[in-house]
Design a protein around this ligand. Structure first.
Ligand code: 4H6
Length: 221
């Protein structure tokens, strides 16, 4: 899988070199290309934003650098082209799994008040939001989407983690414990040390139900 990110702030994506994401890239499982939109502007001062027609606060990202960059990185429109924005359709795990099946993705990161609508209409396949809150730019959402999708690439995660996840029945995760058995007077639940796997599975399911009822009752309906 290849992900190409279009951004005015390419330095932000050094964050994805750490940890599992860095390992996946080094192993050649996954390629991340970060493209600076400023390299594609035809403006003599390298400007990529301008005032909004109709007035209002802030600036709007110009269509030209975006169109030129997308045509340069994906000339035959093989990639799924995604615009991260607070008014996009909300991303969920089902959609992450579908996107992980794509050969390549192009992620457009908006800034300022957003992007000229013509760039979206002409060059974008879908507009996605990572949640109902507002950020200063689409870079963090693009990193979130990249991380979510990369987990499904062969060899990035252990098969056991993904199997466990698919058996969690849409509930939140049960609590986890590791050594020591006692920490500040609190001990690991006896059942987890019993070796009785049928009882452990039953306990974990009850715990998963309880935490889901408390934090996300909407998931039970
Ligand atoms: C596109 C359009 C995504 C991108 C507007 C992006 C939240 C999400 C942005 C904007 C984002 C999300 C710029 C509008 C700042 C508000 C960048 N915020 N905004 N939930 N911000 O996925 O002002």
């Amino acid at each position: 899988m290849k992900i190409t990110v279009l951004t005015l702030f390419p330095e932000m994506f050094t964050a994805l070199e750490a940890s599992i994401m860095g390992r996946a890239q080094k192993a050649g499982k996954f390629e991340l290309e970060v493209v600076d939109l400023r390299d594609y502007t035809e403006d003599k001062h390298k400007k990529c934003d301008d005032y909004p027609f109709g007035g209002g606060a802030g600036m709007v990202m110009m269509a030209q650098p975006i169109g030129s960059a997308i045509e340069a990185v994906d000339p035959d429109h093989r990639a799924r082209r995604i615009y991260l924005s607070p008014k996009g359709r909300r991303l969920d795990q089902t959609h992450v799994i579908a996107l992980a099946g794509e050969e390549s993705l192009v992620l457009l990161c908006g800034h300022y008040e957003g992007v000229d609508q013509r760039a979206i209409d002409l060059f974008i396949d879908e507009e996605l939001s990572i949640g109902d809150y507002v950020l200063t730019g689409g870079e963090l959402p693009a990193m979130v989407l990249t991380d979510c999708v990369a987990r499904y690439i062969d060899g990035v995660l252990s098969p056991a983690s993904l199997v466990d996840e698919s058996f969690s029945e849409g509930l939140l995760e049960y609590p986890q414990y590791t050594r020591p058995v006692e920490y500040r007077g609190r001990t690991v639940p006896e059942i987890l040390r019993s070796g009785n796997h049928a009882e452990i599975d039953k306990w974990r399911h009850e715990q998963a139900l309880a935490v889901t009822r408390k934090n996300r009752p909407d998931l039970l309906k």
